[in-house]
Design a protein around this ligand. Structure first.
Ligand code: ADP
Length: 269
């Protein structure tokens, strides 16, 4: 297990160093502020999960026999969760690089958005604990013709934010519906919400809402990537004012495909 963890961490590090180098070249002609924001967010977002992985792996190594079965299982869960966080971060960096170069290639397949939501939920397993996630799907919801990996990344980023910026125990409501030629996914949480003046700026790279306390880890890249991916599909995303109560509401849209979908679809096709 430890060997596998260090191999994974080494591969993740290698990918990040490579993409940081590519990114570094990309920002060469941009402002120093952008460069230092990128470098500090890269090192912070790398260091935090890596130190948790190292801490948990070292405890397993040095105290293996003294730990209970539950104690060991908890450490293994922590390693998996933090490795998944690293993985999301690396994926976001790679997507950002590809978006920045206009080289985001879409590998479209027929997909059931519910299935992609299920996958995103499984990837966020532990962060979602303590939240009640409800998913409401309209009966006439058609298949989407999208790049499953990229749309899953969008859903992971949105669900991850809904958890990060809302208290444990609160509800997250997701609704999937079709309106004319548009597939819509709305995700609502009961957290800190987003000030009206920032509702557009949160889609800018590195922008984080100033009035929030920044205990939640983050780089300000996730939503910029979501918008880039959705626009590449001919869709979009916006933050809306909640109709009632507090919290945030995100509405993402994707065009409905004109071709008829096959009856059976596997997003891993
Ligand atoms: P990150 O979460 O890594 O900082 P994002 O690009 O995903 O970056 O989000 C940008 C900012 O928008 C966040 O820093 C946060 O201030 C705000 N934000 C995003 N999602 C939510 C949400 N569900 N509730 C409240 N604020 C949010």
């Amino acid at each position: 297990l430890l060997d596998a963890v260090s191999d994974q961490a080494a591969v993740a590090l290698e990918r990040v160093v490579l993409s940081a180098r590519i990114e570094d070249q990309r920002v060469e002609h941009q402002s120093d502020a952008l460069r230092s924001a990128l470098l500090s967010s890269v090192s912070h977002d790398l260091r935090t999960p890596l130190s948790s992985i190292l801490g948990a792996a070292t405890s397993l190594q040095t105290q293996h026999d003294r730990l209970s079965d539950d104690g060991r299982a908890e450490l293994v869960d922590m390693i998996v969760e933090e490795a998944e966080r690293l993985n999301r971060f690396v994926q976001n960096l790679l997507d950002m690089t590809r978006l920045g170069h206009g080289r985001l290639e879409l590998r479209r397949h027929w997909c059931d958005l519910r299935e992609l939501l299920g996958r995103a939920q499984r990837r966020l397993q532990r962060s979602l604990l303590g939240r009640t996630v409800s998913i409401d799907v309209s009966a006439d919801m058609p298949m989407a013709f999208v790049d499953p990996m990229l749309i899953e990344q969008v859903l992971v980023n949105l669900l991850d934010n809904a958890c990060k910026y809302s208290p444990s125990g609160s509800a997250v409501d997701i609704a999937l519906a079709v309106h004319d030629d548009v597939l819509q996914l709305q995700i609502r949480d009961r957290g800190s919400g987003i000030p009206a003046t920032d509702r557009e700026r949160i889609f800018d790279m590195f922008f984080r809402v100033r009035s929030q306390d920044h205990a939640a880890p983050g780089t300000g890249l996730g939503l910029a990537i979501c918008r880039g991916i959705l626009r590449a599909h001919g869709g979009d995303i916006e933050a809306q004012a909640p109709l009632q109560g507090s919290g945030s509401v995100f509405l993402m849209s994707l065009p409905k495909a004109h071709r008829a979908a096959p009856t059976i679809c596997d997003p891993r096709d």
